[in-house]
Design a binder for this molecule. Sequence first.
Ligand SMILES: [Zn+2]
Length: 422
Amino acid sequence: MIPPAQDYASSRASFLDLVRVAGSVVESHLHPEQGPAGEELACDVARFGAPPGDAATVVLISSGLHGVEGHAGWGLQRLLVESGRLATLAPSVAVVLVHAVNPFGFAWSRRVDHDNIDVNRNFVDVDHLPANPRYAEVDSALNPTADQFDPDDLSFLAELQELVDLAGMLEAFRVISGGQYSHPQGVQFGGQHESWSRRTLERIWADHLPGAVRAVALDIHTGLGPTGRLTVFQTANEDEPAAELGRSWFPDYLYRADRDEEQATDTGLMGPGFDSWVAASEDLVADTAAFVIEFGTHDPIQGVSALTRVGVSFTEGQKASIKAMQEHGNIAGAQKLILAELNKEFGGSAEAFGRTWPGILEKAGASTTMKKLLSTPNQVAGTSLCSIMNSRPSIQKHRPQRPAKATASDRLASQTLPPVLR
Ligand SMILES: [Zn+2]
């Protein structure tokens, strides 16, 4: 097991040491801002295997697009280098490690960048920004001003519930979480210009993809999916070669969404941005396949602590049961118990947030993949009380995000790797 780096600066220093010792040339894209200790911020890139022009397959493995999630990404990158796999690649394969796509967020323990942009909502046409008009209705609930902010006041949940009742859960999910481009201080702000991280990634793609016939992007995140387990997300239509690749590479971990299905919930994701950037490039003819590698960190025990802080009480017996269920891998059972307690204290609102998901999705006509994805217990938790509360920037201001404790084991590393690298 590899523990998360102490902080961005030590993660960066060991990345640079490690890849140089392993014989890679490093290029650094310097960021205009500084870290909390005045340290330099940069996105660092190390290439292994065939040089540009000679690699038919290029695999980009990136960490820290959502800044604070860079700890797990770095853990995986380190495992890869230390395993020696990168020294014995097939002659026509190159692996490009991208450390800290959003170094500002990594250093300051934030998901977003220095402009409050969620980089994974930023891959849009900035001259025609997507509209999310209903976001204005919930902005003040999600994002109270400092003098309005009261960590004990849960009345914002009623406002969100109203949106769910009016618009349905799928639309509410999109409004709250799918990206908005009108409120620069709000949550899930996708930016009104191309972010530093997006421009840097596009520069890296331009430098490293020439000559490739297959370009694969593996972008490492933490959060979604069963706690401590791997889940792989992909946006591609069923008949695309990329979908076939996903099915054969990650048969047990893949959730694929059709392109229009994804657009119904999320805008500006990096994966589809990668596909269209390569397709629009005059010099490149590569097939692309982009995957988001998620290590699940939704932790019922942490949920219990978070709820206890805002006044929901659990008996010692309940806490012990939740802990025991979690230890035995019964995450769904643990979450059910938490929801039951919330139902008691908040009268049906928790039920509306959690248990009625499958029914609502059925009514919304969600496809089987989407239903499977959104009905996973952890995904239910992902849009339930704790997660919505954690996504409130004001709360984050008062309580800095903690780096996920997700550690990458060698087993996870092998599951993550496409066969071309195993
Ligand atoms: Zn993420």
